[in-house]
Design a protein around this ligand. Structure first.
Ligand SMILES: [Zn+2]
Length: 298
């Protein structure tokens, strides 16, 4: 049975495919940071909280990917009195989950794109537009804006502990997944640099992977991985190609194999993000010719 792991007094996480952060107040209540992929995961979380005599006070979703909010519905069913908070654009997707496969596919998504990895159960979510020092359900914390992996995303700092969410991936995760998801690779790199500049962080918990005691090094590894992807996308453009052709070539270069439509739309989104960055750097161009939308190295 998985259990909470304590990082600092009153600051825990529930390990799993996605790490869930738990911040205690002094009255036995807690803020839940992200809720995992589905109801099963949320049930296990609630059991663990119960064994610690902790009651949920609120949920903060760092961003709107289904593996980070998929447990909301079950927790709200058991605790209808609590509120869910999220960055504003992300709150919209959490309330209308079809937006995620809709923007990835570009039209009403086929059923293969409506599985639980791309669409969680909907829940109401209140937008938190302000970052910086704040309180959620009376629990003090600092929200740090780290867009790039998603349109908007918040990392959470409590003293010397940083919940980085998917602004940072654990090193073991980067090795397994060379094409980490992002919608804006330039913003993702900027967000990593922003976290790298933080002083006084002793423990960093990425959204996926193990806690890390060397934030600067973890940031460096993430930056290198992002740059490897940018370089692979540029290398893939040895001759002009459509985005789908760049995707195939990039996957071949990184020895990555896609097996279903969900992995194609996710990875195509990553390739598009890096193409946009390269376009804005003046290293690639694009034009529509002969009914083909081609991208080329400049
Ligand atoms: Zn994510």
């Amino acid at each position: 049975m998985p259990d909470l792991i304590t990082l600092e007094p009153g600051i825990h996480f529930f390990p799993g495919g996605v790490n869930i952060g738990i911040l205690e107040d002094v009255y036995g209540k807690c803020l839940i940071i992200d809720t995992g992929l589905d109801s099963d995961h949320a049930k296990k979380l609630l059991k663990a909280l119960q064994s610690w005599n902790l009651t949920p006070a609120a949920i903060l979703n760092t961003h709107s990917h289904a593996d980070h909010y998929g447990g909301n519905a079950l927790i709200l069913q058991r605790h209808p009195e609590i509120e869910v908070f999220a960055p504003p654009m992300e709150a919209a997707i959490i309330q209308f989950p079809v937006l995620e496969p809709l923007y990835l596919f570009g039209a009403r998504p086929i059923k293969e794109l409506q599985g639980k990895f791309l669409m969680g159960k909907p829940s109401l979510a209140a937008a938190i537009p302000q970052t910086g020092l704040t309180q959620i359900a009376g629990i003090p914390l600092e929200l740090i804006s780290v867009p790039g992996h998603a349109c908007e995303m918040y990392a959470v700092r409590m003293g010397n502990v940083l919940f980085a969410s998917d602004a940072l991936f654990g090193e073991e995760v980067l090795q397994k997944h060379p094409l980490t998801y992002c919608v804006d690779s330039r913003a993702q790199k900027d967000s990593v640099r922003k976290l790298q500049a933080l002083e006084g962080i002793e423990v960093t918990l990425p959204g996926h992977g193990n806690p890390c005691h060397d934030l600067k090094h973890l940031c460096e590894t993430n930056l290198q991985s992002l740059q490897t992807t940018t370089d692979a996308v540029l290398q893939a453009l040895d001759t002009p190609a459509t985005i789908d052709e760049v995707l195939t070539r990039t996957c071949n270069l990184l020895n990555l194999h896609m097996h279903n439509p969900a992995s194609v739309v996710l990875n195509r989104s990553v390739v598009s993000a890096h193409l946009t960055e390269l376009l804005e750097l003046g290293q690639v161009g694009q034009q529509v010719t002969g009914n083909r939308w081609e991208w080329m190295r400049l």
